[in-house]
Write a new protein. Structure first.
Length: 164
């Protein structure tokens, strides 16, 4: 098994570490974990591709109503706010090394560089809203973030894996 395949397997399974607490420096207010970005049911769950650029769902597709509020899942800094392939997208870099993405927005209410706290309004959902999480280039199951915030799991940043 190659190192790349091993890394992908570890990251795809969210690299669960039982009691390990990864310290995170504050970006805005005290980081209190992650929460779902919308109050809506999941229409399509995370389905990692079996190969690079293969089919799958690299996040969670929510069944939102157009205009529904979309909030920051966790504290961080807006790394991108704009259009990608005709869809409005916000990306947030978090102190733990993760990046969350919010795509399929009707509007964007935050500029690039803004520090946000968990629950801050980012914009409103369009007809299809997608939420994704990456650790470096690897996509993670966003639903595991919410379990980790309740103390059930802990996601390990990519930098920690490379130094191990």
């Amino acid at each position: 098994m190659t190192d790349e395949v091993l890394l992908r397997l570890l990251l795809a399974s969210a690299v669960v570490i039982g009691a390990m607490a990864m310290p995170c420096g504050p970006v805005g207010a005290v980081d209190d974990g992650y929460s779902p970005p919308v109050a809506a049911p999941i229409a399509d769950p995370f389905r990692p591709p079996d190969r690079f650029a293969g089919p799958g769902n690299r996040g969670l597709e929510y069944r939102t109503r157009p205009g529904q509020a979309v909030t920051a899942s966790g504290a961080g800094r807006v790394a991108f706010a704009g259009s990608v392939a005709s869809r409005l997208v916000v990306a947030i870099d978090h102190p733990d090394g993760l990046r969350t993405t919010y795509s399929g927005l009707d509007d964007i209410l935050v500029p690039k560089g803004k520090v946000v706290d968990r629950g801050d309004l980012l914009g409103s959902a369009g007809a299809r809203f997608h939420f994704g999480v990456r650790a470096g280039p690897a996509y993670l199951d966003p639903s595991l973030l919410f379990e980790a915030s309740r103390g059930l799991l802990r996601l390990v940043p990519v930098a920690w894996l490379r130094s191990a």
